[in-house]
Design a protein around this ligand. Structure first.
Ligand code: SF4
Ligand code: SF4
Length: 161
C-alpha cells in the first residue's frame, strides 16, 4: 500500500523538524494541519457485491478513500478545510466546530498517519477492486449478470408492445 497523500496548502513549503524538540504543546507548529485536511463519514457495513460496487464507484472519484477500522467502514474525502489560513492555523479558532475542539494533539495524525491504525485502508480504485475480486469469487461476473438481466427485461418489455 502506498503512503497516504495529504493535500497541501498553497503556502506549505518543506520544514526542518528536529524531532527531539517536538512536544504535544508545539507540534502543530511543525505540521501542515493534517487533521484539517480530510473528512470522514461512516457508511453502513457493506456485505453484498452490490454494496461493494457502490463503494468502488465512490473511490473512483478523486480524493475519495475507503477504510475500515474497529468501528466499521468509512468514506474519507481528502479535502482541506476552507477555514485554514495560509500558515496552517484555524481562521475561526474561537468559533470552530465541536468536533475540532474534541481533537487533541496526543496521538494525532502528525504521529500516526490516517492510513495506519485501520484494519484496511484503500486509497485507489485498483486497490479496492482487487480486494473485491478476492472477497467475491464472482466479482467480475457481476457486470455480465447485470447486463444479461437488463437485456432480459428489455426483451420482455419489447414483447409486450
Ligand atoms: S493536532 Fe496534530 S495533526 Fe492537527 S495540526 Fe496539530 S499536530 Fe497536526
Ligand atoms: S474549523 Fe478550524 S480546526 Fe476545524 S477543521 Fe477547519 S481549520 Fe481545522
Amino acid at each position: 500500500m502506498s503512503p497516504v497523500e495529504y493535500v497541501s496548502g498553497e503556502q506549505n513549503g518543506p520544514q526542518r523538524i528536529d524531532i527531539e524538540n517536538i512536544t504535544n504543546a508545539n507540534k502543530c507548529d511543525f505540521c501542515s494541519a493534517q487533521c484539517c485536511s480530510y473528512i470522514t463519514q461512516q457508511v453502513d457495513t457493506p456485505t453484498t457485491m452490490q454494496e461493494f460496487d457502490v463503494l468502488l464507484w465512490q473511490i473512483a472519484h478523486k480524493n475519495i478513500h475507503v477504510f475500515k477500522d474497529g468501528n466499521g467502514w468509512y468514506l474519507l474525502s481528502m479535502t482541506r478545510c476552507t477555514q485554514l489560513l495560509d500558515d496552517n492555523r484555524c481562521g475561526i479558532y474561537d468559533t470552530r466546530p465541536l468536533i475540532c475542539r474534541e481533537h487533541t494533539t496526543s496521538a494525532c495524525e502528525f504521529d500516526v498517519p490516517i492510513d495506519q491504525g485501520c484494519d484496511m485502508y484503500f486509497q485507489h480504485y485498483a486497490e479496492f477492486d482487487a480486494y473485491c475480486r478476492k472477497r467475491f469469487k464472482t466479482w467480475d461476473k457481476r457486470i455480465e449478470k447485470f447486463e444479461a438481466a437488463r437485456a432480459k427485461e428489455a426483451a420482455k418489455e419489447a414483447y409486450k408492445k
